[in-house]
Design a protein around this ligand. Sequence first.
Ligand SMILES: [Zn+2]
Ligand SMILES: [Zn+2]
Ligand SMILES: [Zn+2]
Length: 514
Amino acid sequence: MNMRSVGRNRINRCVDTASANLARFTWMAPTSGLAAASFIASCCGCWAPTAAQGQQPVNPPPGAVTPAAPASASPAATPAEAAVLPVCTIDLALTGQMKDILANALIRSLKLPKRDVTLFLDGASDRYTNGQELLTATAVHFKIAQDILASKVEKFKHCNCSHGPLGPVHHAHLYFDPHVHPDCNIDLANAGNMKDIVSNTLILGLNIPQPDVGAFLHGAQDRYDDGQDLLAATAVHFKLSENLLAAEVKKFKHCNCKHGGVIDGVPEVLPGMQDDGLPVSKFAKDVTLHVVLHEIGHAVIREFDIPVLANEETTADAFATYYLTTYLPDRAVDVLVARTTSLMIEASESPSVDWRGEHDDDARRAYQIAALAVAADPVKYKPVADVVTMSARDIEKAQDYGGEVRRSWRRVLAPLWMPDGATSPMARTSFGDGSAFLIRLCEDGPGIKSELVRDIESALSRFDWHSQVTVDFVDSNGKAGWNRSRRTVTVYTGYIRRFIRQGSIEISPTSGLK
Ligand SMILES: [Zn+2]
Ligand SMILES: [Zn+2]
Ligand SMILES: [Zn+2]
């Protein structure tokens, strides 16, 4: 497949799909909903608290790992209780408390022989003046990276506590996901799953060299108890902010999934592709027309061997805009306003400027489309300029450089048109007629093509293609793309449904979308 997607965060390459390890150690209560107690509520196998809170606890006999109170002794928080978080008095600066937690971490998580742990920790409270010193010495003694040991200690910190939840166990960025992922098996609490996603994130998202990533992640699913540990250790190892890494991981979460397009970690279309039966909005049809013309731009470039001297995505946007303003002048204002608005919504939903990847950042794409439009007619396309808040000076400059672009298109396309009055027999449009949504999109009545389809057909049939070229609408998740070997532009309804949602977003003309 040689699909070129149109929107942001195109994720179609994945690096490591093999090492998902589904049967990981899980000791966190499973979450169910927002107020779920996904916290350390019980810790069987822990040393029970041996001293009142705040006091230096009496050291338990090392190795004598006694079970903690059963879970019922520390009842799961009800939503009302969870609102008032309990206070924990564990102080890991105290050598004795650090020693207790270390013993749990070393034996239960790092699987060190009880005997070795016992011998080393015996008398540790007297040998080390504070918890940090003991932690450092323990890491050295057992030849464990200190950051790994520290992350284990952090995890076991409350294993002797009887208080309820202190906060979400998962990273804030990983914790809340309101969307349903019907076909998704990814569980980022699972170290193997997290390893796969982190691998993609580091290599594809953060441009860290593959050998470095591979070296660090090799066997990581066995070194870390869960996804959160692995994430935290990865952030430390590559000197990344954990917040940043977690946010990137979220973007790549579904990169190995087969359940269709995902934007910023969220599937584009909700389960079942529910059909609300409403007409497809004019806004959505208008955006779709520019999207399809963009893909036809790829087709023209590839089928007629137009030199690709710079970014092809920008070129395809320019083709669509040039085509609209020149050959569909009655539709151009509405379509360009819709397309630039849609791109600005995409940009406003992104946490930061996306300057990587083949596509320009969406806001930049919107601006360039508007610039080329005002180069055709600054008065007529003023509404498009307003979407991207172009100043009078911006418009003046755009007329200058946009004029060159328009002339170039005129010359490049001149030999490719069918003779006046003729249409290419090689142009086809099709849609899956088992979909009510597609029937509403593509037909105005039984057998009567909608304006959108007619506009697409008229564009397609103007070119003197040497073989059949098809625009096909498919009722499924995904965006839109040109497939060279099939000579087909495929447009997925998931993308169009997204435009329908965007069309319902309130847009302030003065404050813009941000
Ligand atoms: Zn605690
Ligand atoms: Zn998924
Ligand atoms: Zn493209």
